[in-house]
Write a protein that binds this ligand. Structure first.
Ligand code: ADP
Length: 375
């Protein structure tokens, strides 16, 4: 049996599928946006993922097409499906990850717990929502946001005037109550086209300036009830939306002990990088298994605690590789993952994973190792 997976997008998520693909003997092909990207090692094509011809030509010789990001337009996805290409996750599921308004509406239909929300077309509607929700609210552009771009806390509709002015036709912005959360969590679930599901342990994610900085797996101080509810939400969304591959559900834990869905990602996700070294089956191998409809691996943790710390920005003067000897010398138990990306302030250029029995010691170790890559 020869299995070929085509990944659209050449970023770090595609890059991190390469090692498990090699290990289990899957041929990985990547359609990269440009030469020299993070996944260049597996790039068999370079081109525009918004162009149906380009993506169809890339897909011709693979068993399944999957993604490094959720931005492939629906008309391109439809062209793939029409041509008989297996696409996982499929276009119908991806639509909910591409558009936060569609996601909110569908999650409401599924009865999922989420922040109060509305679709607003003008300043009056936005101001009415803000006034009805304690004088502050979170405005989001439904499409194209990432790492906190496209998210704004406003007290006055005027603070979103530029986004409102840019709306066209029946365009709407998403507005949500400003959730008083105690922490952010993430629940991942792998699902095969034939239906098998495997939830990962719920994790705590720490964001700084809208960007994920650290992840602790499993989430500390999590009651059995919280763990079960998070898994139930993840499984319910994976089934309800027909997600295939890895699904990540970002959650808020509120001061009154509720879990609310923030957003979804239908691909491997930063909140699951710990699993590369900390789970029996890492999320990148699991994604490949799932999109190929192969039996899923065990998602259980290998250690009581795993901690992932992102390397943000990276050294301005030298390269990450120049820092490796010292990191390896001082932190032999830490696993280093770098993305082959040029450092830019705030940019994710790599991460480190540490694991062990004592959470404080593991956090210290991971932070100390990651800090050696900072400026
Ligand atoms: P992105 O798609 O850019 O990752 P998110 O919707 O995940 O945007 O929002 C980014 C961050 O903004 C979240 O991780 C959270 O810290 C904060 N945030 C988003 N929505 C809300 C909300 N309704 N209430 C409070 N904070 C929020």
């Amino acid at each position: 049996m020869s299995l070929k997976v085509g990944v659209v997008g050449g970023g770090q998520l595609a890059r991190m599928m390469i090692a498990p693909a090699v290990e289990i003997g899957i041929e990985l092909r990547v359609l990269a946006e440009e030469p020299g990207m993070a996944a260049a090692l597996a790039a068999t094509a370079v081109g525009d993922y918004r162009d149906a011809e380009t993506v169809l030509a890339f897909a011709r010789d693979v068993d399944v097409v999957t993604f490094d990001h959720e931005h492939v337009p629906q008309d391109v996805l439809a062209a793939l499906v029409d041509a008989g290409v297996a696409v996982h996750p499929g276009p119908a599921a991806l639509a909910f990850a591409q558009d936060k308004l569609r996601m909110r509406a569908r999650l409401e239909e599924l009865g999922m717990p989420q922040p109060e929300w509305a679709a607003v077309a003008d300043a009056a509607q936005l101001q009415a929502f803000v006034d009805a929700h304690g004088g502050r609210a979170v405005v989001k552009t439904p499409r194209g946001g990432y790492d906190g771009k496209g998210v704004r806390v406003v007290a006055d509709a005027g603070e979103a005037a530029d986004w409102l002015a840019a709306l066209s036709g029946d365009g709407r912005l998403l507005v949500e109550e400003l959730v008083d959360f105690t922490r952010e969590l993430a629940q991942q679930v792998a699902r095969r086209p034939s239906g098998e599901l495997r939830p990962y342990p719920v994790v705590e994610t720490v964001q700084r300036d809208g960007v994920c900085a650290e992840v602790i797996a499993p989430a500390p101080h999590a009651s059995e009830r919280l763990v079960a509810v998070a898994a139930e939400i993840g499984v319910g969304i994976a089934e309800g939306l027909g997600v295939t591959g890895m699904l990540a559900v970002e959650l808020f834990e509120t001061t009154d002990d509720r879990l609310l869905v923030n957003e979804l990602a239908m691909r491997p996700h930063n909140s699951g990088h710990w699993s590369q070294d900390g789970a029996v089956t890492g999320q990148f191998e699991q994604h490949l298994r799932a999109v190929l409809d192969l039996p899923l691996g065990d998602p259980d943790p290998r250690a009581p605690w795993s901690v992932m710390v992102n390397i943000l920005g990276g050294p301005a003067e030298d390269s990450l590789a120049d820092r490796l000897p010292r990191v390896f010398e001082e932190h032999p138990a830490v696993k280093v993952h770098t993305y082959g990306k040029a450092p830019r302030p705030g940019r994710k250029v790599g991460h480190v994973n540490a694991a062990g029995d004592d959470l404080d010691a593991v956090v210290y170790e991971a932070r100390a190792a990651a800090s050696l890559f900072a400026d």
